[in-house]
Design a protein around this ligand. Structure first.
Ligand code: PEP
Ligand code: MN
Length: 349
């Protein structure tokens, strides 16, 4: 690391040198015409994060520049190439751009089966749906729980799909993992560190959503929590940020795809449904996400969105979803990837 010192503090170099040496660093002060800097190498920055905060807090320290990143296992440099997350044979992070689709929340057997049939025939490989829903209002629907998990599993099995569903409570990880192929950690729980540590102990792949105000570094540190537990099958998911704009529910950060790919070897998934809040915007932002290099998309689809219990305005109709899929496949091919599109079907076919 490099510590930039303020002028006018004669003891600064000696004091900072002593503190750094006590923490295992080799120290080299450099006296410039205007500034003095102290270069420190050899200490373990990962174990010294709190110590670095103390160094920063000295009144004679102007800035501390770290040379290593604060995350390690999930950092790009740790792995040669990109990692591929294997979801029961469906590979996320390879040449295929994987589609995950289904309702926001499980409402009934019929709703899930109709959706699963249509989206799988259109090319989706992973069925999404919430059985436990993080609701802003305590009066809003909280999810069907175990019966919802069972419906998801049965529908996915019938149509040859995998299941991604949210787990909110660390006491329910084992239960949800009995039915799910991917454990979704929602945006509101990205910084629930106990939950992250516990899914790190599980051996089920994780879809980690970016918090609505989270920086990339915070998302990657959340992933690092999971990885340190031994579970490295992690997909990072951008789902829109809260900004000053109110036309859309959130502002989808497509730039997250190349940025996260430049910082981490983990696959990146885009959720344009939470990302926009409007179903008419989902197809174009999905194409943008594929063009930007997204490894998968997760999209809300409902047989009758105007009557959906949750997130109806952002849920695509089945015909909208079916129409979109071939256009995504063309974009995927243009950027050297491919996407399954299946055959077009309409409800009731
Ligand atoms: C969802 O996928 O329906 C959901 C609640 O997502 P998020 O955690 O991104 O808000
Ligand atoms: Mn939703």
């Amino acid at each position: 690391m490099i510590i930039v010192l303020r002028q006018g503090h004669p003891v600064a170099v000696a004091q900072v040198t002593q503190e750094l040496e006590e923490h295992g660093y080799q120290v080299l002060p450099v006296f410039g015409v205007e500034k003095t800097i102290v270069c420190a190498v050899g200490g373990d920055e990962f174990k010294n994060v709190d110590f670095l905060e103390q160094i920063k807090a000295h009144e004679f320290v102007e800035d501390v520049l770290l040379i290593t990143k604060p995350y390690k296992i999930v950092a790009k440099e740790t792995v040669a190439g990109r990692s591929v997350v294997d979801v029961g044979g469906v590979k996320v992070g390879g040449d295929e751009v994987v589609m995950m689709a289904g309702p926001c929340t499980v409402e009934s057997e019929e709703q899930v089966f109709v959706t699963a049939e249509a989206v799988s025939k259109a090319g989706a490989k992973i069925l999404r749906g919430g059985a436990y829903k993080p609701s802003t209002s305590p009066y809003s629907f909280q999810g069907m729980g175990v019966p919802g998990l069972k419906i998801l599993r049965q529908a996915a099995d019938k149509y040859g799909m995998k299941v991604v569903t949210e787990v909110m409570d660390l006491r329910k990880i084992e239960l949800v993992a009995q039915y799910a192929d991917v454990l979704q950690i929602g945006a509101r729980n990205m910084q629930n560190y106990d939950l992250l540590k516990e899914v790190g102990q599980a051996r089920t792949p994780v879809l980690l959503k970016r918090g609505m105000t989270a920086k990339y570094e915070e998302l990657l540190l959340a992933a690092e929590y999971i990885a340190t537990g031994g579970n490295q099958a992690i997909m990072l998911c951008e789902r829109g940020l809260r900004t000053f704009e109110s036309h859309t529910r959130n502002m989808l950060d497509i730039g997250a795809v190349p940025v996260l790919h430049s910082l981490s070897h983990l696959p990146v998934v885009i959720d344009p449904s939470q990302g926009t809040g409007k179903r008419d915007l989902v197809a174009s932002l999905s194409r943008a996400a594929v063009a930007a290099g997204a490894d998968a998309l997760i999209i809300e689809v409902h047989p009758n969105p105007d009557h959906a219990i949750k997130d109806g305005p952002q849920s695509m109709t089945i015909p909208q979803f079916v129409d979109m899929m071939p256009t995504l496949s063309k974009v995927a091919e243009a950027v050297g990837r491919w996407m399954a599109t299946g055959r077009a079907v309409s409800v009731g076919e």
